[in-house]
Ligand binder design. Structure first.
Ligand SMILES: *Cc1c(COP(=O)(O)O)cnc(C)c1O
Length: 388
């Protein structure tokens, strides 16, 4: 009997080590890992450069409080500022903490302007912003909020793609619109560029803040450093997490000057956020990701993967409904429930993870090779053959 609280349907498989795109299980089998900790290990398992950077920091100092100046944190913040819309960065430890901080920052901005009632956040129904009390109610999913009342107030919802409901839901009390640039858990649903542009315009017109949750789709996953870059817009607040630590828990919130003006010493904090050990991982990830050609290679491999998945879809239209994705954030939408399909892929040594709407999510490391993608394609085709 496990002493772990029963909140996951865990697969009965464990791993003793990983290298790059592969995991080696205690059962002796070798798996192609296209989960990567759910889009976390962007450089794959046991990346030598990342390992060395963290080991170097390990011997210097792990943790000091944010009451002191942390040079490694200053460095990572500056680099994120240079490569994004951001003027300032706040470090947390997880995605949910980052999205929750994003909500706090938006409310605080209008509070600081004397608009104390402008504090509601408009979100997409059945999105995913994390598992804290506020973020489950922001996500607006019945499944996630069931049994956790009283409801955390301050969130309104519209359905994905429902522009009319979106506009109708904006009131004087709306402080921000918060959406995932690409919905990950929701089934790899991409907000088209023209909609992101429209959102920006709408927010400007109504004087509300645009929060883009890039916890999953950010940090190179989409093929651009940030997924919003495709739409050529500038958001006001962007929570990030998953990929930035390459496997080390890091969350962060990127904000512009305007939003930053609402915050001052004492208004927010974190014990662990941005400690030197975490920052050494974050800086090492960026060293690799900012190398020339890294992101264009993610785009190239993503396009190759999606193009060939579409070929498989055409061959098995009764199994696969469609392929969704951008960069290496990819979903195979099945006609039926995906659980058996995922188990079959695993029997053939390919690890994947589910998302909503019968989606099988493919999240290879951003360092994946064409050869490894071809291996995955072969396994997926074999499994389609079984389910046709
Ligand atoms: C994973 C995720 C979160 C929550 O991150 P945690 O680290 O699990 O708290 C929030 N938003 C999005 C879009 C995510 O994919």
């Amino acid at each position: 009997m496990s002493a772990i609280l029963n909140t996951y349907n865990r697969k009965k498989i464990s791993f003793k080590r990983g290298k790059g795109s592969f995991l080696y299980a205690t059962n002796g089998k070798k798996y192609l890992d296209f989960v990567q900790g759910i889009a976390v290990n962007c450089l794959g398992h046991s990346n030598t450069y990342l390992n060395n950077a963290v080991q170097k920091q390990l011997k210097k100092v792990w943790h000091v409080s944010n009451v002191f100046t942390i040079p490694e944190q200053e460095k990572l913040a500056k680099r994120l500022k240079q490569k994004t819309f951001a003027d300032y960065v706040f470090f947390q430890n997880s995605g949910a903490e980052a999205t929750e901080a994003a909500i706090k920052f938006a409310r605080r901005y209008f509070y600081s302007k004397g608009k104390t009632k402008k504090n509601r956040v408009l979100c997409i129904k059945n999105s995913f912003h994390g598992r804290t009390l506020a973020t489950i109610y922001a996500s607006g999913s019945k499944k996630m909020t069931e049994g956790f009342s009283p409801k955390v107030e301050g969130f309104d919802h519209f359905n994905f793609g429902d522009h009319r409901k979106l506009e109708r839901s904006i009131t004087k009390k709306t402080a921000a619109i918060m959406v995932e640039t690409i919905m990950g858990e929701g089934g790899i649903k991409i907000i088209p560029d023209y909609c992101l542009k429209g959102l920006r315009k709408l927010c400007n017109k109504k004087n509300i803040l645009l929060i883009l949750d890039e916890v999953q789709c950010g940090i190179g996953r989409s093929g651009k450093f940030m997924a919003y870059e495709y739409a050529k817009i500038k958001p006001d607040i962007v929570p990030i997490a998953k990929g930035i630590g390459g496997g080390f828990p890091i969350g962060a919130v990127l904000v512009n000057k305007k939003v930053a003006s609402g915050m001052k010493p004492g208004t927010h904090g974190s014990t662990f956020g941005g400690n030197p050990l975490a920052m050494s991982a974050g800086n090492a990830v960026l060293d690799v990701m900012f190398k020339k050609g890294f992101l264009s290679n993610v785009q190239k491999n993503g396009n190759f993967f999606i193009k060939n998945l579409n070929k498989i879809q055409k061959k098995f239209p009764n199994v696969i409904k469609e392929i969704r994705g951008k960069g290496l954030l990819i979903g195979i939408v099945l006609h039926k429930n995906q659980n058996n399909f995922i188990d079959s892929l695993m029997q053939h040594n390919l690890l994947t993870v589910r998302a909503a709407e019968n989606v099988v999510r493919l999240l290879p490391p951003l360092t994946v090779t064409k050869k490894e993608i071809n291996l995955a394609l072969k396994i997926i085709e074999k499994v389609c053959e079984k389910y046709k």
